[in-house]
Design a protein around this ligand. Structure first.
Ligand SMILES: [Zn+2]
Length: 555
């Protein structure tokens, strides 16, 4: 029998973010991760980019589970949207990941709509003719999994996001023997994280960062502010332990920071005395030297706590020249400009600012080239698909796989929407799905369609002109002078001239209309005629065509 496996990546291949992939046999399917991406288009009201679920919905009866590899937003952030779209499959994930998913679902009122199944490392679940075994990996969040999937045609491995950290500050080093064992038994396909393939050096290990933090904390003369991803529980534990040791107090700012500390405590991974914490609004009552503020916003997010602190707009945290600010995070591609702006603003506060390019205060959660090589050598896959990376990362990872002995014809660089067919002796792209993404305005927010975005862009870039007048309903007589209102069009100085000239154009149209009215000539759409003439006038004088909205009220 000629069995095949179909693999469809909806996101995460050719970009960093929005990871989502369907793996299906003839009878069953599983969705691996369902993440979102933060939008660069925030100024048009677009907050998130999520996968377009319409293709996935055609398969919904086959989908046996949504399996989340770990709790980062680019892996779990769109689950609530998938549920809302009508994909109703039970969710499987590690303990900490399920807690994070539960919070997301609770935020959207969907936490009781779907079963959340906790999987312990090393356990398996059978879903139709697919058997999934989860294996712990190191990453910048606790409880991250790689997936070993037994399929009717052989074993495939999806690494999730991973690194091989010999001395993680938290938890154990990932068990490489499971990967080696699978490699010895035979792995048909490996799909592996490509994010850091361009980094050739060994990554800094967590314990080195912990030591560096201790040195920095000892030298600090004022308040210490640490900003990091709120999901990095390992780093949090490190800072809590230091604070305890040095007799300092912790104040948290940022909702997700507070939420994740609570979750990690609930999960039992963070233990602390509650008197370690002080409310952020009370920090002024403490000796500045005794306070560590932990905040979100390390990516320069405009509404974050850190951004407010940098702009001296935070109600409780004001920095001065004695203070030390540590950005303990990497820069997510696409966020460089906002992070750079943030760092500049922080420098203006006079404090000392340390970040990953000038000081060892962060290490990435993704495997660098030597670790990726190690993964390929352990698993020795017959076929290889690089995942989780921009296109250049995928290409570089494909080259690395070739160096590690995978036959070039057995390596496939796949982009989002390309449908892959895997057989025992074949790997090929067989189809292509388009329209892969949907823009949304926040967690509860509605879709921002192409037309809506186009309108917002046009309004933002060109402005808008209204032309108001009243007309007698029965006779068609114009009763008022036209009133022209413009927004976002020209400078204040130029506006009176423009409005006068525009009013003249409209008066001209009215005169013509009146004359035609006398002669009994009917105007099908007088408002449209005004719109066209005003647009012509504006294009002639401004070189652009703003949105023109004539409003004629028949009374
Ligand atoms: Zn991740």
């Amino acid at each position: 029998m000629n069995k095949k496996l179909i693999i469809t990546p909806y996101g995460g291949l050719g970009e960093i973010g929005m990871n989502c992939m369907l793996i299906e046999t003839e009878n069953s399917a599983i969705l691996i991760d369902c993440g979102l991406m933060f939008s660069e288009l925030d100024h048009f009201g677009v907050e998130f980019v999520i996968p377009n679920f319409s293709h996935l919905l055609t398969k919904k009866d086959k989908i046996r589970a949504i399996i989340a590899t770990h709790g980062h937003e680019d892996h779990i952030g769109a689950i609530s949207f998938a549920l809302k779209a009508g994909i109703r499959a039970p969710i499987y994930a590690s303990q900490f990941t399920t807690l994070m998913i539960r919070e997301r679902l609770r935020d959207t009122g969907m936490h009781e709509t779907v079963p959340l199944n906790v999987m312990a490392p090393g356990t398996s679940v059978e879903l139709g003719d697919l058997k999934i075994t989860v294996a712990s990996v190191n990453h910048s969040i606790i409880d991250a999994f790689a997936l070993f999937i037994d399929t009717p045609i052989g074993k495939i491995i999806h690494t999730g996001d991973f690194k091989i950290d010999a001395s993680p500050h938290f938890g154990n080093m990932m068990d490489q023997n499971e990967f080696k064992k699978a490699g010895e038994e035979g792995v048909l396909l490996l799909m592996s994280d490509s994010t850091n393939v361009e980094r050739d050096h060994e990554a800094l290990q967590d314990d080195k960062i912990a030591l560096r933090f201790e040195e920095l904390f000892k030298k600090a003369e004022g308040l210490i502010l640490v900003s990091m991803f709120s999901s990095n529980v390992g780093r949090m534990a490190n800072i809590f332990a230091l604070a305890d040791k040095m007799g300092k107090k912790i104040a948290l700012t940022g909702r997700s920071m507070e939420q994740n500390v609570r979750l990690a405590h609930e999960r039992g991974v963070l233990s602390f005395d509650s008197d370690l914490f002080i409310p952020i609004e009370k920090i002024s009552q403490y000796d500045r030297k005794k306070v560590i503020v932990m905040s979100t916003g390390c990516q320069g997010e405009p509404r974050s706590a850190l951004n407010r602190i940098a702009h001296a707009e935070h109600a409780h945290v004001k920095l001065d020249q004695r203070d030390l600010v540590i950005l303990s995070s990497s820069q997510i591609p696409g966020n460089e400009v906002s992070i750079s702006k943030l760092i500049n603003e922080l420098f203006k506060c006079g404090a000392d600012i340390l970040y990953d390019t000038i000081e060892d205060v962060h290490t990435s959660g993704h495997a660098t080239r030597p670790e990726l090589k190690q993964m390929l050598e352990m698993v020795k896959p017959k076929y290889f698909i690089p995942i989780h990376g921009e296109y250049r990362h995928l290409v570089h990872h494909a080259q690395l796989a070739e160096e590690c002995g995978v036959i070039p014809e057995n390596i496939c660089v796949v982009e989002n929407g390309e449908v892959v067919e895997l057989g025992p002796d074949s790997l090929q792209i067989v189809d292509q799905i388009t329209e892969l993404r949907v823009l949304v305005a926040g967690r509860e927010g509605s879709e921002i369609t192409k037309t809506l975005l186009k309108d917002r862009r046009r309004l933002g870039e060109m402005g808008v002109v209204f032309c108001l007048m009243t007309r007698e309903k029965d006779s068609g007589k114009i009763l008022s002078k036209p009133e022209i209102i413009a927004r976002g069009l020209v400078s204040e100085a130029m506006e009176p001239w423009l409005l006068d000239e525009a009013a003249k154009v409209v008066q001209g149209q009215i005169a013509k209309y009146k004359q035609d009215l006398k002669m009994g000539v009917a105007h099908q759409d007088f408002a449209e005629e005004i719109r066209i003439e005003l647009r012509r006038f504006l294009e002639r004088n401004l070189g652009k065509k703003p949105t023109v909205i004539p409003l004629i009220m028949d009374i």
